[in-house]
Design a protein around this ligand. Structure first.
Ligand code: FES
Ligand code: FES
Length: 218
């Protein structure tokens, strides 16, 4: 695969060659149907390939531009965590199944483990770190805390980002709509009921804040 081809397509990393992450920075060399695949495991356990020259990307994240040299197959998740140190976005399954790595790209929820960093140039990326306001937590974050919707917390950043996308599109979701919007975000702790309660409260709080803001203007 040529370096410039890795910034096209659906953003998925190459299909598994049967390699499994074992230890930090371990080198590997595996025979595949197309020759020998060599590379190393990163500190976060993500599989990375030693293939091709670095390329410059400029990404707008939480309102700021970041220009960096990256390998063409670097995922957005790894760019956020390993390059920028924005570790609020969680590293989970790396297969698009758990939703822990969800961020917003132009307001839409995206699993950052399946998106290449170079594919989001010129687009607006929002992470959990970008939600905090000058007053502290935003309505969704605060409602998760006050409703006990977070236990171990591992799923919470991805959940919150999916809820943010939902409430921007639908300020008054019902329970069915909430559960549909969160179908791609898995939680092993809470049983989801408190998460639904938190979303209903966040929606209500956000509508009330909008009403107060309108009254202040008029
Ligand atoms: S880490 Fe991306 S969906 Fe699980
Ligand atoms: S709070 Fe632990 S996985 Fe959701």
């Amino acid at each position: 695969m040529l370096a410039d081809q890795r910034c096209q397509g659906d953003g998925r990393l190459p299909a598994s060659s049967g390699v499994r992450a074992r230890s930090k920075s371990a080198a590997y060399r595996v025979a595949t149907g197309n020759g020998v695949l060599a590379g190393r495991f990163t500190g976060s356990g993500e599989r990375r390939m030693d293939r091709g020259a670095a390329m410059k990307v400029v990404l707008r994240i939480n309102g700021d531009d970041y220009a960096r040299q990256v390998e063409p197959d670097l995922t957005l998740l790894s760019f956020l965590r390993d390059v920028l140190g924005l570790t609020g976005t969680k590293w989970g399954c790396l297969t698009g199944d758990c939703g822990a790595c969800t961020v917003l790209v132009d307001g839409e929820p995206v699993v950052s483990c399946l998106q290449l960093a170079c594919q989001v140039q010129g687009r607006q990326v929002t992470t959990i770190e970008g939600l905090e306001t000058s007053r502290g937590l935003d309505e969704v974050q605060a409602a998760f805390v006050s409703n006990g919707a977070t236990q171990c917390g591992f799923c919470t950043p991805g959940m919150v980002m999916s809820v943010e996308a939902l409430l921007r599109a639908n300020p008054s979701p019902d329970e069915t709509e909430i559960r549909e919007a969160l179908a791609g975000n898995l939680c092993r702790c809470t049983g989801y009921s408190k998460i639904v309660d938190a979303v209903l409260q966040a929606a209500s709080d956000r509508r009330s804040a909008a009403d107060r803001s309108s009254a202040d203007v008029s």
